[in-house]
Design a protein around this ligand. Structure first.
Ligand code: ADP
Ligand code: MG
Length: 511
């Protein structure tokens, strides 16, 4: 907006400048001498108005009579009888008036309505079709060329503001799509450096915007994916829109899996960069993995059902005959012992299998979980003492009962406690917590101080035959998972190498 140099007094000692928009009226008192009125004050101005004429006109100033050049933006009312206009829109401003004798009343009214439309634009309100039509009609009907010129000027200004507002609005829409998109989006330039990221991208990766901007994505992409990612970038720069899966490494080191779509950014029909839109598919991946695991379990279960009985019967005869031979043949006692031990081991594995294969003798009854735990601990106590391990139990008072097969739950506790004891070759404490979680569930935690399990191995726990022990079967956890699942519960294993492992079981309470 233009500025007008004015002075406080007529002598013009001290010059200040006013925004043209603040001026409501310029009153001519002599040749080249004017009083400049703002809403609340007045100043002096001496110069020829001709120098200002063009832009005064553009700002909305109109000559209303010989004395008064009025800023039409401030006209709030027109009284055709008195032939004067009221200046000022605000309630608290001192009312000023100006004579409007010079100009035709219709013209003032038209200008007022046009400027009103303009003010709406200034407030960010886009006009509807009807508003545009007013301009056209007024312009088309005006015969006086001076008035027509002034309408045309207001219309030109109006059109310019409208176009700006429309552009701003469409930019805002586009920006909102980017800013509020729940999926992470980033743009890259031709060199592959990041030029923009949306808040979802920042949230997902946990990096700050500054960490990401002007860098390539190399360092946040899983190393095994970088090469393939670069190829996709190259393809996109050649016009393709590849969709692919990508693992990003968050700032805290955790991987997140994405399904990513690349597409080129076109500016003037030329590729100027790349947009990457991702969708977090970690959850989906996780449930896919669970599905695969339960699929594996059910196959093992079916196999176990068929095979276990077939093995057990001949096993019983073998064991019987070995024991018989042991009494008849002398000198091979060692071998017989080993044979019996190995047969026992086969029998054990087969029994574990049988737990998964639809067990016949399962009986669900309401039981006190603490009591089951205590009797299990009694079974395991001697083993714990040998390994220099203390079993420390902490239980909430008045725990609700759980609906369960007591033997199966014992089996679960034994499997977990065995693993815990075996993970602490130098002894230590195993804390067992029994808690009422308040959500119709009880929570049982087994916290050991053992060797821990590396993070990349965690997903393998519960897989049949997954073991890291020389004499392990890799069946204990599988059976455990299966039993908990059959009881409508959940089991989670958290571990840190060198610190220990926590196995957490949640079981629904009996109601
Ligand atoms: P097994 O005990 O026969 O090896 P499991 O299914 O009981 O089979 O356990 C599978 C594997 O999980 C173990 O070999 C071990 O590597 C790991 N594991 C289970 N529990 C623990 C634990 N508390 N501490 C450390 N590693 C464990
Ligand atoms: Mg085990």
């Amino acid at each position: 907006m233009q500025k007008i140099p004015v002075t406080r007094d007529r002598k013009g000692s001290h010059t200040i400048t006013l925004q043209a928009g603040e001026v409501v009226k310029i009153e001519s008192i002599k040749d080249k001498e004017f009083i400049i009125h703002t809403q609340d004050d007045k100043y002096y101005f001496s110069a020829s108005l001709e120098a200002f004429e063009e832009w005064l006109y553009e700002e909305g100033f109109r000559l209303l009579d010989q004395m008064n050049l009025v800023n039409m933006n401030h006209v709030s009312d027109y009284d055709p009888k008195k032939g004067s206009v009221a200046l000022g829109h605000g309630l608290n401003t001192i009312k000023k008036h100006a004579s409007a004798a010079w100009i035709h009343g219709d013209h003032i009214l038209k200008v007022m309505s046009l400027l009103e439309k303009m003010r709406k634009l200034d407030e960010g309100i886009l006009p509807d079709e009807g508003d545009d039509a007013i301009f056209e009609t007024i312009l088309a009907q005006e015969e006086d060329h001076r008035f027509a010129r002034s309408y045309a000027m207001i219309k030109a200004l109006y059109d310019k503001k409208k176009a700006e507002l429309q552009l701003e609005e469409s930019e805002l829409r586009y920006k909102s799509l980017f800013e509020h998109n729940p999926d992470p989006i980033c743009s890259l330039n031709m060199q592959g450096s990041v030029t923009s990221v949306n808040p979802a991208m920042i949230e997902v990766t946990q990096y700050d915007e500054a960490d990401l901007l002007n860098h390539t994505l190399d360092r946040i992409i899983a190393p095994e994916h970088t090469e393939r990612w670069r190829q996709h970038i190259q393809e996109t720069l050649e016009g393709a829109r590849p969709q692919y899966e990508l693992t990003l490494i968050r700032k805290d080191g955790r991987p997140v899996e994405f399904s990513v779509l690349n597409f080129p950014i076109f500016v003037n029909r030329k590729i100027a960069g790349i947009y990457m839109i991702g969708q977090d598919i970690s959850e989906r991946k996780h449930s896919e993995e669970l599905l695969i695991r339960s699929e594996k379990l059910s196959i093992v279960g079916q196999m176990a059902a068929g095979v276990a009985h077939e093995i057990r019967n001949p096993l019983t005869s073998l064991k019987g005959f070995v024991q018989l031979m042991q009494t008849k043949v002398s000198g091979y006692n060692n071998y017989f012992d080993i044979m019996l031990e190995e047969l026992e081991r086969i029998n054990f594995i087969v029994s574990e299998f049988l737990v998964i294969a639809k067990p016949q003798s399962v009986r669900f009854t309401p039981r006190d979980p603490l009591q089951i735990l205590q009797s299990t601990i009694m079974l395991l106590n001697s083993q714990a003492i040998i390994h220099n391990v203390d079993l420390i139990t902490a239980a909430d008072p008045e725990l609700p009962h759980i609906h369960c097969d007591e033997n199966q739950i014992k089996q679960v506790f034994i499997n977990i406690l065995n693993n815990a004891i075996e993970s602490m070759p130098d002894g230590g404490n195993i804390h067992i917590e029994l808690r009422n979680s308040g959500e119709d569930e009880i929570v049982i935690r087994f916290i050991d101080q053992g060797s821990g399990i590396p993070e990349d191995r965690l997903p393998r726990l519960g897989e049949p035959f997954y073991t890291t022990k020389e004499k392990g079967t890799g069946l204990g956890l599988m059976v455990t998972f299966k039993i908990i699942e059959n009881h409508g519960g959940r089991m989670k294993i958290m571990s840190e190498v060198g610190r220990g492992t926590t196995v957490e079981i949640r079981l629904p309470v009996w109601k």
